[in-house]
Design a binder for this molecule. Structure first.
Ligand code: COA
Ligand code: AMP
Length: 634
C-alpha cells in the first residue's frame, strides 16, 4: 500500500514530487524551476545551483559526522583492509582537487580516470565533482584501443591513472595501456597523474606524467586545498561510455542535481540504507553500478561504502563475500547474479557461510542481467535474507524497476524485478509503437520525460541520442530490452532487442567484436553472437568465414582472432570461442540470421526463417556447433 501511495503521489503531481525530493540536498540556490523540456532536451532542477562533492562529503563533516567511515577498502589480493573517515576523505579530495587545478583543470573540463578498485579512484572522481570538472572512468579490463576511443570523444585535459590493477594471479600493468592509448588517440591530454602502486610502479614520461603521491604530499605541505565550485544542477557530472550497437561506445552523460536527488531517494526507498550503515556494492568503479552505488549514493546519505578488490571465488575461496559481510557488518550487498552462480558452483551447499557471523546482513540486491530463479533460490536458502532483483541500465543511473524495500517489501515474484519506481511510467510496445496488453511480449519503453538522474543526452551527440533512444517510438525512451508486464504490474525482462550481450553482468556489443574480427587479414566475414554459459550467463561465440585460398590450420587463425579481440577490446570481452564456417546463414536481403544461430546453439526451439537464402547452411552450422559442445538436442 505504501509503495502504491508513493507511486500515486508521483503520478498525480510529477514535478511536485521531485520538487519535494530536492530537499534531500544542500543547494547553493534551491531550484524554483523543477522541469523544462526544450530544444536541448529534458532538464531537471533547471535553475538550481549546488555541488555534488559538497553534498557527498563536506556537508557530513560540517554536520559533525567527520568521524564516520566513508569507505572501507578490502583487498584480499593485497591482503589489506583500510578505512577512511569522511573528515580524512574531505582532506584528500581537497588536496587532489588542488593538484588538478595546478595542472590547469577548471569547471567543464573533462578528466579521464583509468584506475582499479582503490580508494584513490573515488577520491579522483570526487575531486572532479568538487571542481565541476567532468570525469569519465574507464574500466581497467578494456584495452588501449577502447581507452583511445574514449580519449578522442571526451578530449580530457588530464588523465588520472594508477600504475597497475590486480587480478588474481596477474598484475595488470596500466601504464603501457595508457601510453598506447595516448599514442593511438588524436587528442592528447596535457598531463597524466599516476598513482604508483607498490606491486608495480610505472616509469613516468618527463613533462607529461606526474607522480601523484609526490604532488599530494607537496599540496599537503603548503595546505593547498581547492574549495567546491558551485555548478548548475544541469551541468554534467560525468560521462560513462557504454556499449552500443557499433564499435563506437556511447557517452552517457549524467547531470549533477537530478542525479544526486534520484540516488538519495533510491538509497532510502529502494535499498533501505541510511547514515552510518554499511552498504557493499561488489561491482567496479568502471560500471554504472560502481558510479551510483559504490560512490555517489552511499556518500550522499552519509553511509559507509565497501570498496572490494577481489572476486567472489578464488580470493581465496567462495567464502570471500561472507567474510567481508561479517567483518565489516555489511547490511546489504548489491552484485550481479553471475557472482552467485560462480559461488554456487564452488560451494553448492553454501557450507562456507556457516563459518561467519552474518547477523548484520539483511538484504541481497541483484542486477545487471536477468536473475534466474535457481540463483535466487540458492541465495535465499544459503543466506536466509530476501533476494531483490532490480532492473536498470547505464542510461538511467538508478533502478527503473525494483522491490522498494525501504518503503515496504512487496511480494517477490522470482524472475521479475518487480514494479516501476516513482518517476518511471513503463509500457510494452508492439512494432508499431502501440502499447500491448498485460502478459504480451514487446519492446520495453519508458514514457517521456525520464525522471531525474536519467541521461539528458549523449556527450556532444544529440543526433546519436535521438536515433538510439527516441526515434523508434515517439513519446517514449527505448530501453533496448524486451519483455512483458503481468496483470499485477510486475515486469519480466526477457532479452535485448539489439546485438548487445551480457557477459558476467558486463554489457558488450557483438557488433564491436565483429568489427575487430573483420580486420583480420584472413577473415572474409564473421558473426558474433551470445551463447548461454552456466556462470557468465552469456559468452560471445564467433563464426568465421575465411578468405578463399587461406590454407593455414583453423586453430591458428582462431587463436589469432581471440587474441585480436583481447588486444583491441580487452580481456573483459571474454571472447574465447570461435569456429570456422564455410558460409553464414542469411536472409535473401543479406541479413545474417544471428538470432536463429543463437537458438540452435542454445538448444532452444527454432523455426526455419521464411526469408532464409539457403536452409542447408543451418545444417552445416549445427554440425559445427555440436563439435564445440553446443546445439545439444538439435
Ligand atoms: N582489469 C583488468 N582485467 C580485468 C578486470 C579489470 N578490472 N576485470 C576483469 N578482467 C579480466 C579478467 O582477469 C579476465 O581475464 P582472463 O580472460 O585473462 O581470465 C577477463 O577480464 C574476464 O573477466 P570476468 O568477466 O570478471 O571473468 P572471470 O572469469 O575473471 O570471473 C566472475 C568471473 C563471475 C567471478 C566475475 O565476472 C565476477 O566477479 N563478477 C562479479 C559481478 C560484477 O562485477 N559485475 C559487474 C556489473 S554489476
Ligand atoms: P548496463 O547498462 O551495463 O547496466 O546494462 C543494462 C542492461 O543489462 C539492461 O538493459 C538489461 O539488458 C540488462 N539488465 C540489467 N539489470 C537487469 C535485470 N535485473 N534483469 C534483466 N536484465 C537486466
Amino acid at each position: 500500500m505504501r509503495y502504491q501511495k508513493q507511486y500515486q503521489n508521483w503520478a498525480d503531481d510529477r514535478e511536485g514530487f521531485w520538487a519535494n525530493e530536492a530537499d534531500r540536498l544542500d543547494w547553493q540556490t534551491p531550484p524554483q524551476k523543477i522541469f523544462e523540456s526544450n530544444a536541448t532536451g529534458d532538464r531537471w532542477y533547471v535553475d538550481g545551483v549546488m555541488n555534488t562533492c559538497f553534498n557527498c562529503v563536506d556537508r557530513h563533516v560540517a554536520a559533525g559526522h567527520g568521524d564516520r567511515i566513508a569507505f572501507i577498502h578490502d583487498s584480499p589480493i593485497t591482503d589489506s583492509k583500510t578505512e577512511i573517515s569522511y573528515a580524512a576523505l574531505l582532506e584528500r579530495v581537497e588536496l587532489v582537487a588542488a593538484m588538478m587545478v595546478d595542472k590547469g583543470v577548471s569547471t567543464g573540463d573533462r578528466v579521464i580516470i583509468y584506475m582499479p578498485m582503490i580508494v584513490e579512484t573515488a577520491i579522483a572522481a570526487l575531486a572532479c565533482a568538487r571542481l565541476g570538472a567532468i570525469h569519465s572512468i574507464v574500466f581497467g579490463g578494456f584495452a588501449a584501443a577502447e581507452l583511445a576511443t574514449r580519449i578522442d570523444d571526451a578530449k580530457p585535459k588530464l588523465i588520472l591513472a594508477a600504475s597497475c590493477g590486480l587480478e588474481p594471479g596477474r598484475i595488470v600493468d596500466y601504464k603501457p595501456l595508457l601510453d598506447g592509448a595516448i599514442d593511438l588517440a588524436a587528442h592528447k591530454p596535457d598531463a597524466c597523474l599516476i598513482w604508483q602502486r607498490p606491486q608495480q610502479t610505472a616509469p613516468l614520461i618527463e613533462g607529461r606524467d606526474f607522480h601523484w603521491q609526490d604532488l599530494e604530499a607537496a599540496a599537503r605541505a603548503v595546505d593547498n586545498r581547492a574549495p567546491c565550485v558551485p555548478v548548475a544542477a544541469t551541468d554534467p557530472l560525468y560521462i560513462l561510455y557504454t556499449s552500443g550497437t557499433t564499435g563506437i561506445p556511447k557517452g552517457v552523460v549524467r547531470d549533477n542535481g537530478g542525479h544526486l536527488v534520484a540516488l538519495s531517494w533510491a538509497m532510502e526507498n529502494i535499498y533501505d540504507i541510511g547514515a552510518d550503515e554499511v552498504f557493499w556494492s561488489a561491482s567496479d568503479f568502471g560500471w554504472v553500478v560502481g558510479h551510483s552505488f559504490i560512490l555517489y549514493a552511499p556518500l550522499a546519505v552519509g553511509a559507509t561504502s565497501v570498496i572490494f578488490e577481489g572476486k567472489p571465488i578464488g580470493t581465496p575461496n567462495a567464502g570471500a563475500f561472507w567474510r567481508v559481510i561479517s567483518e565489516h557488518k555489511v547490511k546489504a550487498l548489491f552484485t550481479a547474479p553471475t557472482a552467485f552462480r560462480a559461488i554456487k558452483k564452488e560451494d553448492p551447499k553454501g557450507k562456507l557461510v556457516e563459518a561467519y557471523d552474518m547477523s548484520a546482513f539483511k538484504m541481497l540486491y541483484l542486477a545487471g542481467e536477468r536473475v534466474d530463479p535457481d540463483t535466487i533460490n540458492w541465495a535465499e536458502a544459503a543466506l536466509g535474507v530476501p533476494v531483490i532483483d532490480n532492473w536498470w541500465q547505464t542510461e538511467t543511473g538508478w533502478p527503473i524497476c525494483a522491490n522498494p524495500v525501504g518503503i515496504e517489501l512487496l511480494p517477490i515474484k522470482k524472475g521479475s524485478p518487480s514494479l516501476a519506481m516513482p518517476g518511471y511510467e513503463l509500457a510494452v510496445l508492439d512494432e508499431g509503437g502501440n502499447p500491448l496488453e498485460a502478459n504480451k511480449t514487446g519492446a520495453i519503453a519508458i514514457k517521456l520525460p525520464m525522471p531525474p538522474g536519467c541521461l539528458p543526452g549523449l556527450w556532444q551527440n544529440k543526433e546519436g541520442f535521438e536515433a538510439a533512444y527516441l526515434a523508434d517510438y515517439p513519446g517514449y525512451y527505448k530501453t533496448g530490452d524486451a519483455g512483458f508486464i503481468d496483470e499485477d504490474g510486475y515486469l519480466y525482462v526477457m532479452s535485448r532487442t539489439d546485438d548487445i550481450i551480457n557477459v558476467a553482468g558486463h554489457r558488450l556489443s557483438t557488433g564491436a567484436m565483429e568489427e575487430v574480427l573483420a580486420a583480420h587479414a584472413d577473415i572474409a566475414e564473421c558473426a558474433v553472437l551470445g551463447v548461454n554459459d552456466p556462470i557468465k550467463g552469456e559468452v560471445p561465440l564467433g563464426l568465421l568465414v575465411l578468405n578463399d585460398g587461406v590454407n593455414r590450420p583453423d586453430g591458428e587463425i582462431i587463436a589469432e582472432a581471440v587474441q585480436l579481440v583481447r588486444d583491441e577490446i580487452g580481456p573483459v570481452a571474454a571472447f574465447k570461442l570461435a569456429m570456422r564456417v564455410a558460409r553464414l546463414p542469411k536472409t535473401r536481403s543479406g541479413k545474417i540470421l544471428r538470432g536463429t544461430i543463437r537458438k540452435i546453439a542454445n538448444g532452444e526451439d527454432w523455426q526455419m526463417p521464411a526469408t532464409i537464402d539457403d536452409p542447408i547452411i543451418l545444417d552445416e552450422i549445427t554440425d559445427g556447433l555440436k563439435n564445440l559442445g553446443f546445439a545439444q538436442g538439435a
